[in-house]
Write a protein that binds this ligand. Sequence first.
Ligand code: CAA
Length: 287
Amino acid sequence: MSTKKIAVVGGGTMGSGISLTAATHGIEAVIIDINEDQLGRAKSYHEKQCARAVSKERMTQDESDKAIARLSYVSSMSEASGAEWAVEAATENVEIKKKIFTQMQENFGNEVVLATNTSSISITDLASAVPEAEHRVIGMHFFNPVPVMKLVEVIRGDNTSEETTAATVALSELMGKVPVLANDFAGFVSNRVLMPMINEAFHAWSDGVAEPKDIDSIMKLGCAFPMGPLRLADYIGLDVCRDIMMVMYKGLNQNEKYLPNEKLVALVEAGSLGDKSGQGVYNYDKG
Ligand code: CAA
């Protein structure tokens, strides 16, 4: 299989990373977002990353120009005709994602795979928004920063076809990623394991076991994590961490071990969301 053009719905962090990775691997990517500012930010991110790759001699100027030329930015799905693949990377909200799936089905025709970059929401549930296309719906979970992280967690819903799964594995490999299959349980594998660890780091902080920087140093230096769990929580977004814990709490028999820590919830409610708001566990105002 050799996909030539994909549509990426959502120009935020994940959509920008997915589209850049496609473009640097020879695939055209149309980024669709109703927010013009978001499209502008996606474009500057792409230009900055390509310029950096050239300056570090990871790409030639010609390769960078070609990658940039493969990227386009539009505000409606109707402007992304000819896409052979669609991946939704919108906000982590079931109703919004279902609406987008209905629109993708209407706009992209009956052959296109409809993938979602959800980090925890049931693929079978999202697929129920497009009953006629359930066999073409699949989870394609990328990790941030997408150009750097090797994994794509591939999640089949109850009705995802073998053909859709095989095509998703092939596209992930074409994008230079390592696809690994997981079943459709809340949080899949990645967040089922990662988020309780992050939540536990908040419990350790709340209980006074150590201050955040020491919790992070211990986990970085003692367990060889590139970032400590609290720094990583800020990087992912504290609201995202809280929401994923709640999806797992609701989706895994309301087991209390998945309830988000109170300090985490309080920070989110105070608007301290991590890197993106300049304040989370740590303060980023001064970089
Ligand atoms: N886009 C593209 N490239 C990026 C990047 C970005 N946003 N951020 C960093 N990089 C690249 C840099 O350009 C650099 O490459 P070069 O040196 O070749 O230019 C390389 O990554 C290393 O970056 P830095 O030197 O700036 O910093 P670092 O060595 O501290 O690495 C990191 C930064 C890659 C983010 C590293 O800290 C890391 O791996 N952290 C853990 C990230 C992680 O766990 N991500 C998964 C989060 S969970 C998730 O995404 C899913 C979910 O459902 C919540």
